[in-house]
Design a protein around this ligand. Structure first.
Ligand SMILES: CC(C)(COP(=O)(O)OP(=O)(O)OC[C@H]1O[C@@H](n2cnc3c(N)ncnc32)[C@H](O)[C@@H]1OP(=O)(O)O)[C@@H](O)C(=O)NCCC(=O)NCCS
Length: 181
């Protein structure tokens, strides 16, 4: 599979938003009502939200492309927006949040999400944080297996709200620098 991972361009805010809205339900449990998914998309994943992320000095939007088509994206928040609350179990001194890492279903299992993850970790190194943290839906076994096999460790839990529904999600972290031994 010939693909590329790079930073999103400002003019791609609409396309990334479309991809985000299309793929967000893939990470949610099948029992979650469409109305709650729609509310989350409206409140977090519009073109305006992505234009603001792309423009923000402490946020990164990465995209994976096959030819001209966007097939995956990752959203990273550094600085205060990405700092984990103390009760979440994250032990890294300074951590960025991997807020989203999504690929279209046709590209699952093809190494594209792994490349997005690698690029996200590289971004974290460039930003000088000790590592990254994230939360995944408790029923999203594929995502949890994906992160675990790439060296992420479960450290705690978070209440994550989609629409009006509170999900108790596992929290994972990963240091991005090798420790000297
Ligand atoms: C999660 C995601 C980024 C992972 O990317 P991917 O290319 O599918 O990941 P991979 O195929 O490399 O790894 C998935 C692993 O989960 C395993 N897996 C698949 N379905 C599974 C299931 N139902 N339960 C447990 N493990 C499962 C796969 O076998 C694979 O493990 P293996 O390599 O040891 O065999 C991608 O599936 C995706 O975009 N999903 C929808 C959005 C999402 O959930 N994003 C994450 C939000 S936190």
């Amino acid at each position: 599979m010939d693909f590329k991972v790079r930073a999103a361009h400002p003019q791609e805010a609409f396309a990334v938003s479309e991809l985000a809205a299309l793929t967000f339900p893939l990470a949610s449990p099948p029992t979650l009502a469409q109305a709650h998914i729609d509310a989350y998309v409206r409140e977090n994943l519009t073109p305006e939200h992505f234009a603001a992320h792309i423009d923000h000095p402490e946020h990164d939007v990465l995209v994976a492309t096959v030819g001209k088509e966007l097939v995956g994206y990752a959203l990273l928040l550094f600085g205060p927006d990405g700092a984990p609350a103390p009760h979440l179990g994250v032990t890294l001194q300074q951590a960025g949040l991997l807020s989203k890492c999504y690929t279209v279903p046709e590209m699952h299992g093809k190494g594209i999400a792994a490349a997005l993850l690698e690029a996200a970790e590289e971004r974290a190194r460039e930003r000088g944080v000790e590592g990254l943290w994230l939360n995944a839906n408790a029923d999203n076994n594929r995502a949890q297996r994906f992160y675990t096999k790439h060296g992420w460790e479960r450290v705690g839990d978070i209440d994550f709200v989609v629409g009006e529904v509170v999900h108790h999600d596992p929290v994972f972290q990963k240091p991005v620098f090798q420790k000297d031994v």
